[in-house]
Design a protein around this ligand. Structure first.
Ligand SMILES: *Cc1c(COP(=O)(O)O)cnc(C)c1O
Length: 470
């Protein structure tokens, strides 16, 4: 399979190359040149497969020319099976919970850091380590985090001997659970840096490092694991098939509501539909950072200021992966996307009429403020004794407000465990901080390792060079 850029000006890459690359040189994002298509009979024949068996079926066509089938099987087993090393704690991996008639949750927080990002980053770490071993190459991963991504990336890379990972977080500005999920991983190749600045400072330093990589030794490539990485999207396609197959698909369609920030998770649902899975509707659920809701509901694709909300993992100004959907909705015209995204930087833009109506065929959207988020957590808890985290609550509320049909299952992706976000949960009237799952009971006692550094690029680069493993 070949991967092409959404802006049409970069050479096509194979899977191994795309795995080790971030943005395309023309500023676009890589997408498959064509998608594998599965017939209804073939999808129906997967009804009894385990999560790992299903993941192999879905992922294999995307990587086939880079990774032999047996090796891929072993990687996927290690990532998601109950006796693998990745610590997905539930035998179903992505269990479904029923809230009401035709109203479901898919729990995507059973991985080691209690958020859905584990699904992608556990697989990504293993895929990277596999190809690096084969190439006799070592790389440096550098990332900035305000919480969830950093811990999931660290957990995904802790056994990868060919990767040194440096995660920058703003000193004393992430929650204690989030910090400890990063700093208590003591492997030699894991490096936490607390920068005496804010999240933007961290992100700027990472950006500057990618723009000028000369601070690294010549033999160390710098790799990004942010949500534009194609392999992360690919891993997320699997659970859409899994949920559908559990609820009568592909014979009957299902719908999904997805708490959305960078549009990576829900874009994977769109791909599942393109690959043959009958999906009736995809609901983009946003918080007050609602550029996607404004775009999908009224074709207003303009940037607004960042707002801090009770659902911080969805606090974004621009949803980077939306460009991948737009590429399809503009008939895969790279020049049109280049023009649109260039104008988007400096002016107020609208989608073309045909692109706008293409987006609205499958997608609806809804925006939920903090007050309503808290009300939904309280309401669901009162009726079912199920405790939602604030991101998942936004998904549930958006599903209730914008579902097209009541006679097919609506599945909200529960993207995080409530224990990660005690503030919102307690505002909803829950009497104390929600308990961590028992496998994490020692989190608050475990030893931490973290380097506090000045908000200065040269200092950070010096630290990285001093701490590369041999
Ligand atoms: C990252 C994240 C999201 C948003 O996912 P995108 O793929 O960026 O749209 C939603 N909820 C939680 C808990 C997250 O960590």
């Amino acid at each position: 399979m070949k991967y092409i850029s959404t802006r049409g000006q970069s050479p096509a890459l194979n899977f191994e190359e795309v795995l080790l690359t971030g943005l395309a040189p023309d500023g676009g994002l890589y997408v498959p040149e064509s998608l594998p298509k599965f017939s209804q009979e073939e999808i129906a024949s997967w009804a009894s497969l385990s999560y790992t068996e299903l993941a192999f079926k879905i992922v294999e066509p995307f990587v086939a020319d880079s990774i032999p089938a047996d090796d891929l099987k072993a990687i996927i087993d290690d990532t998601y099976s109950a006796d693998g090393t990745a610590d997905f704690r539930h035998p179903s991996v992505a269990p479904l919970v029923q809230l009401d008639k035709n109203e479901w949750l898919m729990e995507l927080f059973q991985g080691p850091t209690l958020a859905f990002k584990d699904f992608a980053l556990q697989l990504l770490g293993r895929l990277l380590d596999y190809v690096l071993e084969r190439r006799h190459q070592k790389v440096v991963i550098m990332g900035a985090t305000s919480g969830d991504t950093g811990s999931a990336a660290i957990q995904g890379c802790k056994r990868c001997s060919n990767i040194d990972i440096f995660i920058l977080h703003p000193y004393e500005r992430v929650s204690e659970v989030q910090r400890r999920q990063m700093t208590t991983v003591l492997a030699d190749n894991i490096h936490n840096i607390a920068v005496t600045g804010n999240f933007d400072d961290c992100q700027s330093m990472v950006k500057a490092s990618f723009n000028d990589k000369s601070f690294l030794p010549a033999d160390r490539q710098l790799v990004a694991v942010n949500s534009i990485n194609w392999a992360r999207i690919m891993a997320q396609i699997v659970y859409y098939f899994y949920a559908s197959l559990s609820l009568g698909g592909p014979l009957r369609p299902v719908a999904f509501s997805v708490p959305t920030g960078n549009f990576g998770d829900i874009y994977a649902g769109y791909l599942a539909s393109k690959m043959g899975l009958p999906i009736d509707q995809l609901v983009v659920a946003t918080n007050k950072n609602d550029i996607l809701h404004r775009c999908i509901s009224s074709n207003d694709f303009t940037k607004h200021e960042l707002v801090h909300t009770l659902s911080p993992s969805m606090d974004i100004v621009i949803s980077s992966n939306f460009e991948r959907l737009l590429f399809d909705c503009y008939g895969r015209d790279g020049a049109a996307i280049n023009d649109l995204m260039t104008r988007f930087q400096t002016e107020d833009v609208k989608l073309s009429d045909s692109a706008f109506s293409n987006v609205r065929e499958l997608f609806d959207s809804y925006t939920v403020d903090d007050e309503q988020t808290v009300k939904t957590i309280a309401d669901v808890y009162e009726k079912t004794e199920y405790l939602l985290d604030p991101h998942s609550a936004i998904g549930v509320e958006a599903a209730r407000k914008s579902r097209r049909r009541n006679d097919i299952p609506m599945i909200t992706l529960a993207t995080a465990h409530p224990a990660k976000f005690p503030e919102a949960v307690m505002k909803a009237g829950y009497p104390h901080e929600p308990e961590l799952p028992h496998h994490m009971a020692t989190l608050f006692d475990d030893e931490e390792r973290c380097q506090v550094l000045d908000n200065d690029l040269a200092t950070v680069h010096q630290f990285i060079n001093d701490n590369l493993t041999a």
